[in-house]
Design a protein around this ligand. Structure first.
Ligand code: GTP
Ligand code: SPV
Ligand code: MN
Length: 633
């Protein structure tokens, strides 16, 4: 069958150049693609070489099919509109298929649904997906994407092979990862993570290929087999469900590898900060989806004399260096960032990065061939026509209330851009040794109770604070859309754990037991505290450097902190407010005994429902100490 496939006359394949053929593949890759091309029965297989010519031809093909639109105002930029039912990750259909249920997630108490992941027995998942994948690529091309997470050729990097029937996925993977012929060369007969993806819409013989966004929302399934280092994703073309190098590989599969090998794969940005004295430090920060990672990673500090340089905006792989410190690399090669809210005031670096060579998904189109989303009102000439992400023309003429109810861009609209286009790129961003981390930040959207910043007392307390991370729901996942409720999102990893969360916390604890370990200080931040009218109190964005300045001074041991039951907060007046208008700092740090009692009570319910009897002892102790501190208030 493979001989037949390599001799396919598929129209798509004929129009896309590649220097690679099936016959040039390493034998392990060849048997992987043979197996699945026989099963999915595509019209042919295209082996991606990652060249400019190939990329150009694929973009051209997507334009011809109506899947993307060139943006005449922006150099090499395209707009893609998905279907309404395929705009975000689908957590309820995301599974960890470890051999036992306990390998994937803690056991909840009876009658309670687990909120820490979904498990299916691997054979059962295979059987289910074998049916879905059978013939699912009929009439379509199967693309073979060789890609590398981490700098190519380094020891810590890991290679994946993704098979997909989506050309959109190919052009996005080319920006998000190191992709193409050089990866196959680096791989040789080595092992790789097996990734299979289909939009799940076969074409009947002779049927026209005229659906610009094929997807099969009723059948979406994203399955991970950590033991087999395998990912199978069906039915969705959207980023987090289809660009398998990102959340699926670099977090879910990698976190399992990291546990086995003694390192950490985390949902964290990595940022270098140089103070006015020229001293440089690095931070890593874990915020849940749509809680400010990309913005902080691209920060333009408002404090004079500061420089901020980006290593990564979403995922960090951290391991011990010979000096006992944690060294972090960014396994990605691109940004898949939230468009909404991005503008020249909030994030000028992002605006510059996305001005060329970018694929926009679900943003609005302007009549001069540019893009629009909520947040760009002041930077868009009022006379321009706006076509919403749903294709509604004349959106700009809608009454304000209707605009609010039907935003021009989907709240989870994204830009997909190569990292090298960031104006604030750190010179060490591809250093295979990574960069040494001085501070780790946790944070979320907390309108009440949680102060702007606090420092944890110890590594164990830091793990407790990670465990207790909560945040308002956002539109990053299809499961909680619209409802603004406070959800537990431990370590900002709730949707991304590749193994049982209770074991994950033990693994974090073991990091300290490593001889000579010099672990970073850990802090919690909250940019999203609201006043009585529901407005953010803290200006955020570039002014977040004021909080980071305080954090880094704490790393130097400055006496600027005071003890509270929650952790160490800034002594009054120790956050540099120079040049900033009035901010209600008292409100930003205000919490009562009753607030903390309620917070703790809710956490205890969470523990007893989600992980009865499984919370590690040292965290049980942290809970008791916290309750003791609250009682003494
Ligand atoms: P994912 O890519 O989904 O993981 O999100 P993220 O964590 O990278 O969040 P991102 O930086 O894209 O920000 C999400 C939303 O929060 C955007 O609409 C931002 O404009 C907004 N935001 C980011 N930082 C701040 C801040 O400091 N203050 C306020 N008020 N909003 C912010
Ligand atoms: C997130 O949801 O955290 C994202 C977007 O970064 S996605 O790639 O869809 O996961
Ligand atoms: Mn982001």
């Amino acid at each position: 069958p493979s001989a037949l496939l390599s001799f396919s006359l598929s129209r798509d394949i004929m129009s896309i150049p590649s220097s690679l053929t099936l016959d040039s593949l390493p034998s392990g890759v060849r048997s992987f693609v043979d197996k699945w091309s026989e099963h999915c029965t595509p019209e042919g297989v295209h082996v991606c070489d990652g060249s400019d010519e190939e990329d150009g031809a694929l973009l051209q093909l997507l334009v011809e099919k109506g899947s993307i639109t060139p943006l005449s105002k922006l150099e090499d930029c395209f707009l893609c509109r998905t279907k309404k039912a395929d705009v975000a990750r689908v957590e309820r259909r995301t599974f960890i298929c470890s051999p036992t249920r306990g390998g994937a997630k803690p056991t909840p108490s009876e009658g309670i649904k687990s909120k820490l992941g979904h498990w299916m027995q691997p054979d059962e998942m295979d059987a289910l997906l074998d049916k879905d994948f059978a013939g699912c690529m009929k009439g379509r091309t199967m693309y073979l994407i060789p890609y590398c997470m981490g700098p190519l050729g380094s020891d810590i990097s890991k290679i994946g092979i993704q098979l997909t029937d989506s050309a959109y996925v190919v052009v996005c993977m080319r920006k998000m990862t190191r992709m193409g012929a050089s990866v196959l060369q680096a791989l040789g007969e080595g092992d790789f993570v097996r990734c299979l993806h289909s939009v799940g819409v076969p074409l009947a013989p002779g049927a026209p290929d005229n659906d610009p966004w094929p997807c099969n929302p009723e059948k979406i399934t994203i399955a991970h087999f950590p033991q087999r280092r395998e990912i199978k994703s069906f039915g969705s073309g959207y980023g987090g469900n289809s660009l398998l190098g990102k959340k699926c590989f670099a977090l879910r599969i990698a976190s399992t590898i990291a546990r086995d090998e003694g390192w950490l794969a985390e949902h964290m940005l990595i940022l270098g900060l140089t103070n006015p004295q020229g001293v440089k430090k690095y931070i890593a920060a874990a915020f849940p989806s749509q809680c400010g990672k990309t913005n902080l990673a691209m920060i333009t500090p408002t404090l004079p004399g500061w420089k901020a340089e980006l290593i990564g905006d979403d995922i960090a792989w951290m391991r011990f260096g010979p000096d006992g410190r944690l060294w972090a690399i960014n396994p990605e090669n691109g940004l898949f960032g939230v468009a909404t809210g991005t503008n020249m005031k909030s994030n000028p670096n992002a605006m510059k990065a996305v001005s060329k060579n970018t694929i926009y998904t679900n943003v609005a189109l302007t009549s001069d061939g540019g893009v629009f989303w909520e947040g760009l009102e002041d930077e868009t000439p009022p006379k321009l026509g706006i076509t919403s992400w749903l294709g509604v023309e004349g959106w700009e003429k809608l009454p304000a209330a209707e605009k609010k109810a039907n935003p021009a861009a989907h709240p989870n609209s994204r830009f997909c851009t190569p990292t090298v286009q960031c104006p604030n790129l750190d010179p060490d961003w591809e250093n295979p040794s990574g960069v040494p981390i001085d501070a780790i930040l946790f944070g979320g959207r907390r309108p009440k109770t949680i102060p702007l910043v606090f420092e944890t007392f110890s590594w164990e307390h830091a793990i407790y604070v990670g465990l207790c991370l909560r945040s308002q729901s956002t539109s990053a996942a299809a499961d909680h859309k619209g409802k603004k409720i406070i959800l537990n999102d431990p370590f900002a990893m709730r949707p991304f754990f590749g193994y049982n969360f209770c074991q994950y916390m033990e693994h974090w604890r073991e990091m300290k037991q490593r001889p000579g370990a010099k672990l970073p200080k850990v802090f919690h931040v909250n940019w999203f505290r609201e006043d009585a009218e529901g407005h953010f109190i803290w200006p955020g964005f570039g002014d977040n450097c004021r909080v980071i300045d305080w954090i880094l001074r704490r790393c130097d041991g400055e006496d600027i902190a005071q003890e509270t039951p929650l952790g160490l907060t800034p002594k009054p007046g120790t956050i540099d407010m120079e040049g900033l208008g009035p901010v209600d700092m008292e409100h930003l740090f205000d919490f009562s005994k009753a607030d903390l009692e309620q917070e703790t009570a809710e956490m205890e319910v969470y523990f007893s429902e989600q992980m009865p009897g499984q919370l590690p002892d040292f965290l049980q102790q942290e809970l008791q100490s916290f309750k003791g501190r609250i009682a003494a208030m």
